[in-house]
Write a protein that binds this ligand. Structure first.
Ligand SMILES: Nc1ncnc2c1ncn2[C@@H]1O[C@H](COP(=O)(O)OP(=O)(O)OP(=O)(O)O)[C@@H](O)[C@H]1O
Length: 293
């Protein structure tokens, strides 16, 4: 389990991370979402022990992360720009990882060769960007860390590899209870991967939810009433967004579906449709509301 409590990191007096608190249970895939500049990369680097927080605590399985070799041996960080030593090949990098990480599995490395089909003896820097990222994944999966922290890792991978990598990540969670934190702008990318999402805004984690609960807590309604939209209904519902298209009113409402429907039915609507909301829409409304507040 990863726990951050009231973590702050300031650059030249600017708080990139500002009192962030989050919990990542063991054996889940946690998606860290947020607009540009929200502080995601900084938070992931703090979590991986690459940066040191000014304030707050960062603990993995009960141990402080900063300068803790014990924790670092069990943790792998995949940055948004993957870096390899100049002129090295995948074979050489595998030898290096094997020395650094006791959990590195040569057997797993060989097994994954088929999945990534990259030339073992070509200089990694001569690979394309996507191929370099594949190499990073190949090595990461061979290390078999308990905790894998990744910054926008799926960018630049073709659709086939992306699907394959996602499946490998899910397998690691199911078979080894790996704990995975993954940041992304692409909400659709995370929708079929993550169990929990954290929404980051201006340096803090504003909301942290189980994805199924998040979906169950917000609904889109299409409504019509004989004598116009009853103003009383506005007070009875937690409306996040309202839009009118002729006589049809489109609402995005927070709350439990059954209770919302009961509340609306009391006003005898001519039309009451509950439509599905995508994670992208939920995210936009949550952040929009936060920005408004
Ligand atoms: N080394 C640094 N020195 C100064 N400011 C920094 C540094 N690193 C990050 N920042 C600032 O902290 C804020 C958060 O940056 P960060 O890269 O963590 O955000 P992000 O959520 O990952 O953004 P993006 O989605 O655009 O990658 C930004 O305003 C950025 O300019």
């Amino acid at each position: 389990m990863i726990q951050l409590v009231d973590v702050t990191k300031t650059f030249d007096r600017f708080p990139a991370v500002n009192g962030a608190t989050m919990t990542v249970p063991k054996g889940v895939i946690y998606g860290l979402l947020g607009p540009n500049g929200a502080g995601k990369t900084t938070l992931l680097k703090l979590m991986a022990g690459i940066l040191r927080q000014d304030r707050g605590t960062i603990v993995i399985d009960g141990e402080e992360v900063w300068e803790n070799a014990n924790v670092k041996q069990r943790l792998l960080f995949l940055p948004d720009f993957v870096y390899f030593f100049p002129h090295t090949t995948i074979r050489q990098m595998a030898d290096f990882y094997e020395q650094v990480y006791p959990s590195f599995s040569r057997e797993r490395f060989v097994e994954l060769q088929e999945a990534f089909s990259l030339d073992l003896d070509k200089k990694i820097q001569q690979f394309s960007k996507g191929m370099q990222r594949q190499a990073a994944f190949w090595l990461a999966f061979s290390v078999q860390p308990d905790v894998l922290i990744m910054d926008e890792p799926l960018d630049g991978l073709d659709a086939f590899v992306r699907r394959h990598v996602k499946q490998l990540l899910i397998d690691e969670v199911v078979e080894r209870e790996m704990t995975i934190v993954i940041s992304s702008h692409n909400l659709r990318e995370l929708e079929d991967l993550c169990g929990i999402v954290g929404l980051m805004e201006r340096g803090t984690v504003r909301l942290e939810r189980d994805l199924d609960e998040l979906r169950a807590g917000m609904h889109k309604l299409q409504l019509a009433f004989r004598d116009g939209f009853p103003s009383e209904l506005v007070e009875r519902l937690d409306i996040v967004h309202r839009e009118e298209r002729g006589s049809i009113v489109l609402l995005v409402v927070r709350g439990e579906k059954r209770r919302i429907e009961e509340t609306v039915r009391a006003f005898h609507p001519l039309i009451l449709d509950v439509l599905p909301l995508s994670l992208e829409e939920i995210f936009m409304y949550e952040i929009g509301r936060g920005a408004h507040v």
